[in-house]
Design a protein around this ligand. Sequence first.
Ligand code: PLP
Length: 421
Amino acid sequence: MILSKFGEKMTQKSGILQLMDDMGDAMKSDQPINMLGGGNPAMIPAAMDIFAETFAAAQADMGRYIGRYASPQGDAQFIDALVSYLNRHYHWGISEKNIVLTNGSQNAFFYLFNLFSGEYADGSEKKILLPLAPEYIGYSDVHTRGQHFVSQKAKIETTAFEGQTGFFKYRVDFSHLHLDDRIGAMCCSRPTNPTGNVLTDAEMHQLSALAASQAIPFIVDDAYGMPFPNIVFSDATLTWNPNQILCLSLSKVGLPGVRTGIVIADEPVIQAMSALNAIVSLSPNNFGASLATQLLQNDTMKHLSDEIIRPFYLDKVRYAIALLKKELDGYPLRIHQPEGAIFLWLWFEGLPITTAMLYQQLKSAGTLIIPGEYFFPGIADLPNYRHAHECIRMSYAQDEAVLEKGIAEIGRQVRQLYDNA
Ligand code: PLP
């Protein structure tokens, strides 16, 4: 099969393909797998009960949701419900012209990164600036031609979590952050996948001002953040302004299968993305919109996020940390400050092998994690950046038995590596 340049680029072995394949294989496998690798949210019983009730109520209006296409901008009733929800809770004064839906937020990033980086009509080339690496693995391969990221290594600060030592936090290194006309947009995930970092309000304010000073958009990936699913454990506020492109998702609320992403932005961005929706998929999925409309109208979404989802993950992260600390007591494990999202980012300083090798060893023993190196799009000297090869990402969204077995295996292998060094 001979493919176009686009075909060659989009079918090469990518980190996100490996991740999704591992997840698919684990689900098909008849061997027990400790799946700490994927980005699947937990199926929280109390949340599933709410979805079941909402689903039953939505059936009365089924024709509207599965019997016709929405406009390329997305289901109008859901967009109206979102506008009033966001204005009710955040007073942004947005209208329906500020929202477009996509088939999951991954789909939105494909549009946005290709809209704001790559080749321009005047012959120039622009990049997406990621002000803090590590960043989300799913960004890396979305460009239809080439890779147009530039990113900044983080500053590392020692921290404590709930009175315990052994933690660190990444900070934006503003002293090395340079914006010029070769940057088309800036982007960060908050909370960050893979680290669970939540950029502080002060960092967000400074980044936003920097983007505005260059008249480029500031894309904020809020897949785990406020207002839903609100998996945020630190003090942080959510802001929006017309220079910001805020990307939300229903996935981590517990609905990854409905493939619903939400983008809040200035009108020209919404129009551009709607045009792309029409070409790529005619219109975005209505089904997630049907469920979420009701959840927004009566504020069940707020209850679900604040009272069910957030406490669930906070309990989980505490449990996973206790297991890790027990398994690796006395070994050089450092954990990124858990401030949100559904992952722990573990740093094994001085590990005798790379975490890409550790990943293979753990996989052979039936435990899946993601090696750190995939999370540094835009770092030019990645092979020599030792820190990137000393970290792993593990999900803590799984049930306790899986966490216990998976963390025991990580502990066993990592202890052995340090002991034999
Ligand atoms: N952004 C981040 C930070 C993510 O972790 C994910 C998925 O794991 C996405 C975006 C894409 O999610 P979805 O396409 O399901 O909305």
